[in-house]
Design a protein around this ligand. Structure first.
Ligand code: SF4
Ligand code: SF4
Ligand code: FES
Length: 257
């Protein structure tokens, strides 16, 4: 079946803009990105849209479809009734560059603030051994395609630009959690306290575990349950349990040359 679908697409740039009405031909099996490409090919050659793989793997085509953060290439047109108007807008949490393209550099800045994995000094290449259970736990987080839909949906920054300097967002708190859980990470011995950093540098306390980030993740990563809540528990252990605190101090002192 082919039909004319009604769309409202946000057009504009950093100076301002608004929703523009379009009618676009849609065929069976197509996704929102197909319709946007057809719009670009037949009516608006200057429409700015970011995409790459069209397979839900590059994380480039993030936008908001009917107000919900989604990958355009993974949003089937069949989920909307043919008479429904589909609204496509850029991600709201990031500054607009043009049309559907936003400036996501906030995320890259936050990525750089997370201290990298510290290899265990006593092991050489090829000597790393991990339990399958640990591998499985960390692998879930490695599925992230950096679409930043979780960052876009998180209410801490979505309408609060002022929180951005102090809050890394779910994607990067998940990265901190992943490293903190990593059995081979030797950050402690290198004087890096990931749990303290989670609280003081990355703003873990801003997260009130609403799980909105988990709901929009196209990789179905349980960001809140498997990364943020365990990280909060670990931070609380270190901060408020005097034995854990003392143990960590002794361990860290012992690890230094
Ligand atoms: S669970 Fe935390 S990080 Fe995720 S959307 Fe809610 S407040 Fe943001
Ligand atoms: S955690 Fe999920 S929603 Fe967030 S950036 Fe990664 S893939 Fe996207
Ligand atoms: S185009 Fe790559 S995720 Fe949509």
């Amino acid at each position: 079946m082919s039909y004319q679908a009604r769309f409202k697409v946000w057009r504009g740039d950093a100076g301002g803009g608004g929703l523009v009405d379009y009618e676009i031909a849609v065929n069976d099996g197509e996704v929102v990105l197909d319709a946007i490409h057809r719009l670009q090919a037949t009516q608006c050659p200057d429409l700015a849209v970011r995409w790459n793989c069209k397979a839900g793997k590059c994380g480039s085509c993030s936008a908001e479809v009917n107000g919900r953060p989604r990958l355009m290439c993974m949003t089937r047109m069949s989920v909307f009734a043919p008479e429904e108007t589909v609204t496509v807008t850029p991600m709201r949490a990031f500054p607009v560059l043009r049309d559907l393209v936003t400036d996501v550099s906030y995320n890259y800045a936050k990525a750089r603030e997370v201290a990298s994995f510290v290899p265990p000094p006593e092991l050489g290449p090829g000597e790393y051994r991990m339990k399958q259970e640990d591998v499985g736990r960390l692998q879930e987080f490695r599925k992230c395609i950096e679409c930043f839909l979780c960052q876009d949906t998180c209410h801490v920054v979505r309408d609060h630009e002022e929180n951005k300097p102090a809050f890394a967002g779910p994607r990067f708190l998940m990265r901190v959690a992943e490293l903190d859980m990593h059995p081979l990470d030797a950050a402690d011995g290198a004087g890096i306290d990931r749990r303290r950093a989670a609280r003081e540098a990355h703003g873990l306390g801003y997260c009130n575990i609403t799980k909105c980030c988990t709901e929009v993740c196209p990789e179905h990563i349980k960001i809140t349950d498997n990364a943020l809540i365990p990280l909060k528990e670990r931070v609380v252990d270190r901060s408020y349990d005097p034995l854990v605190w003392l143990g960590s101090k002794i361990r860290r002192r012992g690890a230094r040359p």
